[in-house]
Design a protein around this ligand. Structure first.
Ligand code: ATP
Ligand code: MG
Length: 364
């Protein structure tokens, strides 16, 4: 099956419509007809707690894919923390909390391989041949890298910042993943991964002409770019996120502080009124309804009523996940064990890929 057969069939429009390129397909994982033919890689930087953007942007799809029997690799991208800051602050704590959020959301470490990429040396070694396949001009054109440089906490732009899309290509290709459930900001990086795969295959085919790597495809959800409380992309590092693990009171406080506008009539206009539309979409996703219907129901009761609706919807939707999270949080040793087991499996896969790469390159 080609990934193009996985097409969208969802009713809830996104705040920002996805840019459909050859590398993207909105996904309704319910439509995957041959789970065994696919492998999924996706992940997050351990820079803070996961938020609703992660959940509706990718995490929920990961769980759906896993539950259908697609093999899933989830990378905690710890080296990528130091792309845009000098120190990896509270790295171990953030890493464990990511695992906690994964498990609470329904990822099952018996079926999904959850690992930190710094614990998999062969994965990182792929970066060297891969870097030779892209030009500096290509790297500096990447719009997501430009955006992240604009939000960076470093005064100078590091080499790691420019090259991290190639590192991400190593994350994806070490396990020969063909599907990558991500948010919209990741589309330029998926193009880099596809370019790396294509050029590697052209330059270094197997003796029988066969290709080493698949061409990975991004899978966008119906919320590929959820907005935060300031109207910009909801991000762990930008102080505008609603964490999955927040308490109900914290959630209410964060949503009360969200930016809106003076128009009391609530509508769903992602282009003209992005902040209000972002809140409406959040409530709609939590209620599994169309955003227009949610907006219509609030009518001219204004931003305060909208925020009350969003708070109640988010807290209700997350209640079971938060309860599981509280149970799992009691055993930090289990979270670390999940990462150790995941690293063992990921190392076996990465070692095999690196051996194959060295062979086709003619190394001894
Ligand atoms: P940081 O601010 O540290 O970069 P982040 O919130 O952007 O954190 P990442 O770890 O960079 O999170 O992204 C992990 C995954 O979640 C990626 O696939 C990304 O596309 C997706 N994602 C992040 N934020 C959103 C969002 N607001 N809406 C939809 N998907 C998102
Ligand atoms: Mg990010």
């Amino acid at each position: 099956m080609t990934a193009e057969t996985i097409t969208a069939a969802t009713s809830t429009p996104a705040t920002t419509p996805p840019t459909t390129t050859a590398a993207t397909a909105a996904v309704s994982p319910g439509l995957i007809d041959d789970p065994a033919a696919h492998r999924v890689l996706t992940g997050d930087r351990p820079t803070g707690p996961l938020h609703l953007g992660h959940y509706f942007g990718t995490l929920r799809n990961r769980v759906r894919l896993q539950d259908q029997g697609v093999e899933l690799f989830v990378v905690v991208a710890d080296y990528q923390v130091i792309t845009d800051r000098d120190l990896a602050d509270r790295l171990a704590e953030h890493t464990e909390n990511l695992v906690l959020d994964y498990l609470a959301a329904g990822l099952d470490p018996e079926r999904a391989t959850i690992f930190a990429h710094s614990a998999v040396p062969a994965l990182n070694q792929l970066l060297l041949p891969f870097l030779s396949l892209v030009s500096v001009a290509e790297l500096s054109r990447n719009p997501t890298v430009k955006d992240e440089i604009a939000h960076s906490r470093q005064s100078a732009v590091s080499g790691l910042m420019f090259t991290y899309p190639v590192h991400q290509a190593a994350d994806i290709l070490f396990c020969k993943a063909d599907l990558v459930p991500v948010g919209q900001d990741q589309l330029p990086h998926l193009e880099v991964a596809r370019t790396v795969a294509r050029r590697f295959n052209e330059r270094y085919p197997h003796a029988d002409g066969g290709a080493v790597f698949p061409h990975p495809q991004a899978l966008l959800s119906d919320a590929p770019m959820l907005l935060g409380t300031d109207g910009g992309k909801m991000s762990k590092s930008r102080g505008n996120a609603i964490p999955l693990g927040a308490t109900e009171d914290e959630t209410a406080r964060i949503i009360r502080g969200a930016r809106t506008d003076a128009d009391r009539r609530i509508g769903y206009d992602p282009v003209g009124r992005p902040e209000v539309a972002g809140l409406v979409l959040l409530a709609a996703l939590c209620q599994d309804r169309a955003p227009e219907a949610v907006a219509e129901e609030i009518g001219d009761r204004g931003a305060a009523a909208l925020k009350r609706t969003v708070t109640e919807s988010v807290n209700e939707h997350l209640r079971p996940m938060r309860a599981r999270r509280a149970d799992l949080a009691a055993d930090r040793g289990h979270l670390r064990q999940v990462l150790r087991d995941g690293a063992e499996r990921a190392n076996a896969v990465a070692d095999a890929t690196l051996t194959e790469v060295r062979e086709v390159m003619g190394a001894i």
